[in-house]
Design a protein around this ligand. Structure first.
Ligand SMILES: [Zn+2]
Length: 243
């Protein structure tokens, strides 16, 4: 294969310009991505806070039930005391009936306490699991944010480096080639140089004429695609490079 330094420089230039394009896109997108992750964390935290709030309500209900139970017990023991002081059978039976009602009520309160305790136990187990889940989720997401922020912070420096490299490469090109490259970059969606695979331009997917393809493969000069005008880079050069 004949020596064609220009095409290699152009190929490197395109690589740099593609990287620059990616970096600029990321600079625009990363802050939004970071915000989205922060919102995700916030949402997960709020959902869990809500469950904690529900648990608190349940705990409060349990406390109220305990108070109710003690009230009920006091009433029962007062009724029992009264039974020693009654004078008539009638009064005695009336009190007995009252006491039975109170005992039934007390049983009802106790059943309520048991079911709330059971619910609380399940709840607390769930919360322990969820708290652990949230803290894992949060640290994973925070690592993601940290990574994005670090990359973002590094970007201006990387862009500057790439731009310097770009200028250095461009200065090695004949002026008309450098100008052609810049024109194509501006008018061909930031892709000025494309590979040719089996005679097909990878920029526009058109087959190039066989005699032109042969010239491209001989790589003695720089050729452009008749349909999209982009500079053609024979993919065989890549194979040589990676060998
Ligand atoms: Zn083309």
């Amino acid at each position: 294969m004949a020596e064609n330094v220009s095409i290699e420089i152009l190929y490197k230039l395109q690589k740099i310009d593609s990287d620059l394009g990616k970096l600029e896109k990321q600079i625009a997108e990363f802050p939004e991505a970071i915000k989205e992750i922060e919102t995700e964390i916030e949402k997960a935290k709020n959902a869990l806070d809500e469950r904690h709030e529900q648990l608190k309500k349940l705990q409060l209900k349990h406390k109220e039930q305990e108070v109710e139970l003690r009230t009920q017990e006091t009433k029962i023991s007062e009724a029992k005391d009264k039974m020693f002081k009654v004078k008539t059978n009638q009064e005695y039976h009336a009190l007995q009936k009252e006491l039975e009602i109170m005992r039934n009520e007390k049983e009802g309160v106790e059943d309520g306490i048991l079911s709330v305790l059971e619910e609380m136990e399940g709840f607390e187990k769930e919360m322990r699991r969820n708290d652990k889940g949230l803290s894992d989720f949060k640290s994973q997401k925070e690592r993601e944010i940290k990574k994005l922020k670090a990359e973002l912070e590094d970007m201006p420096k990387r862009i500057e480096q790439l731009k310097a490299e770009r200028e250095q490469l461009k200065s090695q090109l004949p002026k008309e080639l450098a100008d052609l490259y810049e024109r194509l970059l501006a008018y061909r969606a930031s892709v000025a140089i494309v590979t040719v695979i089996d005679g097909v331009c990878q920029g526009c997917n058109m087959a190039i004429p066989p005699q032109l393809y042969n010239l491209v493969l001989r790589n003695e000069s720089v050729y452009t695609c008749p349909s999209c005008q982009r500079i053609l880079y024979p993919v065989e050069l890549l194979h040589v490079e990676s060998a």
